[in-house]
Design a protein around this ligand. Sequence first.
Ligand code: C2O
Ligand code: CU
Length: 480
Amino acid sequence: MRRAAFLAAGGALTTTALSAAALRPLTARAAGAETLDVTLTSAPLLFAPFPGVSYRGLAFNGTIPGPVLRVRQGQRLRVRYVNRSGGPSTVHWHGMILPNAMDGVADVTQAPVPDGAEFLYEFTPAPAGTRWYHSHVFPQALAGLFGMIVVEDPHDEPADQDIALVFHDVPVPASIDSAMKGTSTAPMVDPFGSPELAAMAPDGKMGDEVAYQAHCINGACYPKTQPIEVRVGQRIRLRILNANATQTRYVRLAGHTLRVTHSDGNPLPQPVEVEALRVGVAERYDAWFEVSKPGAWLLQGLSEAPTAFQQALVLHTPGMENATPLGVAQTLVGVRYFTYELAGAAQAVGTQPRAQPAGVRQAYVLGGGAWGSDRWTMNGKVWPHTEKIVVRRGDRVEVRFTNKTDMHHPMHLHGHVFDVVETNGRALRYPLPKDTALVDPNGGTMTWRFRADSPPGRWLLHCHNDIHMMDGLRTEVDYQ
Ligand code: C2O
Ligand code: CU
């Protein structure tokens, strides 16, 4: 069924036209515009971001990624969703706290929108920050149905340029099916050159990896990515989203450090200066830099797929568009990159976060994922048999994960911002406000805390690796 839906996405194809207009944000800055009205139409698209790659994907409004939506804090958003995708579909507003009926989860918060039908999403986007939207019907997000939404906070420090960067990749369709069965032979190599992973690649032991045939930023592959002109003295804010459905990205800007101010759109307790970002599936980071001299530099995304493939885009000062950009090495060994431990000022191993007053507690052991298996489990069970977290409005909730598998799991909670208070046995001095967080493999642990003060309903809690979610790693937080 879930695979059939993907194949059904064939249908009428249009050809992609890559242009700056594709990423022109849809805004409503006109005076008195209290509501931003947008129509999002999903439809098949023949996506050709690189010579030799032509992929039958799905697009919102004719582009992959879909348009960047920008709203002011407090403004209302009304999205008329027209589904021409060829199958049932929804739009999920990732990172938003909104009425449950607007959350866009097929068969949980709404009936999926049939092909040819429409649905009206209407809410006041909050909290402020860099968030995103995507189909919540597998595998439509893998196929291209995603985009960024920015809720502008008038109190934010001003930037001379505010740039949305969506990192995404083009899957090899057949590999999705084998990844679901756990028999994929797509290689997996990380940029640290870790011997374990290097050894696994040739015999295909990572049976859950999707193979990707092209690596893009904002709909194009280097060197066709749109260069960004910056000027000396400018302070630039990058809003980075990893929209890849299965893989972490490491992002670097040659010749610069990045000042990270927000994780998943939420202000960090204190900004952190790094040489690279680690961006798990579905995570967002706001990273700033100042242009101190003329030049041309590569902004790069290092993948955990073979490092021969990487995303890149040129930033340059006026007159430097034809200069050879300064690049960085294809390794992260010895590089200071963003981790939760660093940003949260982790304390010594074995420290525990201060106990919180009694509330709801749930522990999950993440398991499964053996070679040839199509099961990823929470306490040994797969959705819909996983243990749910039942809360009353106002409850304090603590969720603890222990990851017994050999892959990272980007765990995501709908409709809430949680605090990461512990990771790998170290309490964080500064809890990190997030909606998606990577739980490290091979025994890694993580503890979240949040207040159950969102609108009542059923809020999904799942791994944002689409393969893992479809293979069972999914539960929910239900308000009584
Ligand atoms: Cu980004 Cu369940 O979603
Ligand atoms: Cu996972």
